[in-house]
Structures are given as C-alpha cells and as structure tokens.
Design a protein around this ligand. Structure first.
Ligand code: MRU
Length: 348
C-alpha cells in the first residue's frame, strides 16, 4: 500500500490537509482545515490524534492561521497578542499530550522578537522543522527499538503509536514496521483499545498493510495471550512522561504493564524528547482528559448498549508507574532505571 501523508499544507498554503483518522479503516478521507475552530475540532474529535501528530498539526496550524491575523493586525504588538490567543485556544483542545503545548510554546518563543513582516515566514520555517525533526526522531527511535527484538518474538501493543500518530514509522510501532523491512518475523498482538478502538481501527490497519504478522485481540484477552507464552515483550507509546518516569498513555496501558510484571514480560514505552515533561514531577501531576460517556455507551455500536441515563466515567488516558517500566526508548537512546536520575542527565 502507498505510504499515507497524514498531515500536509494545501497548495495555496491557506489550509492544512489531514487524513481523517475517525473514518479509518473503512474509508480514506481527507479534511481541509482553514479556521481556528476547524483546527480545534480536528484535535478534540481525534480527526488528528497521537501526541507527535497533534504537535506537527499544531505547528502548521499556527503558520496557516496566523496569516489572516497578521494581515488584519493594527500593529506588531496587536499581531503578537492575537497569535498568542490563537495558541492558547488550540492548547485548550486536549490536555494530556504534552507535545501540543511543547509545539505552541516553541513557536511563540521563536517569533517573540521577530519583526511583524517576518512572522509568517518564521512560522512556516518552524512548522516544517518540527515536521522534519519528527521524521528523524521516528527513524532513530525505531532503530533503538529494533535492538530489543529478535526473530520470532511476540510483541503486545496498545492504542496506536504508528505512522498516523506521528510523521512516519511511528514510535512504539516503528520497530515493528522496520523489523519487517529488515526481514525479521515478529508476531504482533494489537489490543483493540476500548472505547475508541485505535488498536482495531488504526494499529491493525497500519501493521497489516505493512505486511507485519498482526493479530487483533480485545483488551481483556491480554492476560491469556501472555499466559500462553505468546508474548515476549510489550511496546507502547506515551503522551506525557513525568520527570520520575511515570507516564500517561491511552487508557488501559497501565493494566498491560501490571500484567507484564505478573508474567515477567519486559515492558517499554517509546517517546520523543518532546513528550518528556521535566516540569511535571510525577504521574500524579498529569492532567487526564475525560471524554463524553457516550463513547462508552453508544459509539461504534449499531445501537446504544447501556441504559439511557446510566452514569459513565470515560478517562482517555491512565498513568503507568515508572517501577513497571523496563525502559523508555527515545531518539537519544534507551533510558533505564533509575529514571529520575537518568531522565535528568539526558533532558534536565
Ligand atoms: O487519544 P489518542 O488516540 O490521541 O491517544 C494516543 C496515544 O495514547 C498514543 O499511544 C500516544 O499519543 C503516542 S503516539 C506516538
């Protein structure tokens, strides 16, 4: 299958074209984003999702959506103020993945002392740089991840940390795709990832199309496949890694980590530096996004599957304790325990 370009500028550079991840795997649909409200909605509704992809999209959004602001601005400080407001607005679309905040803070810092007539060209330069850095990051992370794999191994993964969630290859899925390119035979078990089914809709779609041997399981089957000896290692992504190594990832991740500990299976998270938040001391300080309960009771069912009026609790992420981690695979190498000391050494 042809490689998908999930985020790019349109020809006039007055909009961003994204793959609408909500429609996959049955339909390959593209969306053109031209207003701040459309950009906010694309992130909030998960048309664009996955921590690094949200960051890349935010970079291009700042470039494209600032054009009108600069055109209408009465003065340089007026333009700067309105661009800051735009960043604040986009930043409020989803709270957990730190990459969104990282990119918005980075571009604002980059244009802080830039003359009014140069703002737009600097924003474009920075957006393209963020995208290019992500491509290099994915390759480097995948290479490090590949060193953990041997021919014939079984890998469990949760949610989607593949090309759609990044620029290409992905983070936790990168070594799995690369292993196929390098002639290794790896068996992957993809958790479906309730309630939004990123594992079923996206991970199994991407791995299957890359020729990787992938088997889809429901989340509650993970223990059985581990008990049967089918799993040798676990690879997952991350949305925010705290300074002590605790990390937030898709809801259900911590359960996989706890199972791995029980069965003695090494458990790794994969993330670029932009996902490491040294200003966040522990997992308890990570804000967890809560989403509408209809995602549990109705979404993806032919008809509603829970009583009308039932109380629901729908956290989108959970926190995995650093003591369940065998390592954090970054573009700079694999970080091992003690995580607080070693994260500080590398990212402090
Ligand atoms: O809610 P989502 O689908 O954006 O959650 C995505 C995840 O939890 C991913 O594992 C994480 O962002 C890493 S993507 C490389």
């Amino acid at each position: 299958m042809e490689k998908l370009v999930n985020i790019k500028l349109n020809a006039a550079e007055d909009g961003i074209i994204i793959v609408d991840q909500r429609a996959l795997p049955l339909e390959l649909k593209y969306l053109e984003i031209k207003t701040p409200e459309q950009a906010y909605d694309a992130i909030e509704s998960l048309a664009v999702r996955g921590a690094p992809a949200i960051g890349i999209f935010a970079g291009y959004s700042m470039y494209v959506l600032s054009k009108q602001i600069v055109k209408d601005a009465k003065s340089s400080s007026d333009a700067h103020q309105k661009i800051e407001k735009l960043a604040e607005y986009l930043n409020s679309s989803r709270p957990t993945a730190v990459n969104l905040n990282y990119v918005l803070t980075r571009v604002l810092k980059r244009i802080k002392d830039v003359d009014y007539d140069k703002i737009i060209s600097v924003l474009k330069e920075e957006a393209v740089k963020i995208h290019e850095e992500d491509k290099a990051m994915c390759k480097a992370i995948s290479e490090y991840g590949l060193t953990l794999l041997k021919d014939g191994m079984g890998v469990i993964t949760h949610c989607n940390a593949g090309p759609l969630a990044t620029s290409e290859y992905g983070t936790a899925q990168g070594p799995l795709i690369m292993s196929k390119e390098r002639g290794l035979n790896i068996r992957v078990y993809a958790d479906e990832t309730r309630p939004l089914l990123q594992g079923a809709r996206l991970t199994s779609f991407e791995l299957y199309n890359s020729g990787v041997d992938v088997t889809l399981i429901c989340d509650n089957m993970a223990s059985l496949v581990m008990r049967k000896g089918l799993i040798n290692i676990a690879f997952v992504g991350a949305d925010r890694i705290a300074a002590n190594g605790d990390f937030a990832n898709k809801i259900g991740t911590s359960g996989v980590a706890i199972l791995c500990k029980h069965y003695g299976i090494p458990f790794y998270t994969f993330a670029p530096s932009s996902t490491i938040d040294m200003s966040c001391p522990t997992g308890n300080d990570i804000v967890i996004e809560e989403r509408n309960g209809d995602e549990i009771a109705e979404k993806f069912y032919a008809k509603r599957m829970a009583p009308k009026g039932i109380k629901t609790f729908n956290p989108a992420f959970d926190v995995t304790d650093h003591n369940l981690l065998s390592g954090i695979v970054t573009e700079k190498g694999i970080i091992r325990a003690p995580f607080d000391v070693n994260l500080k050494k590398m990212f402090g």
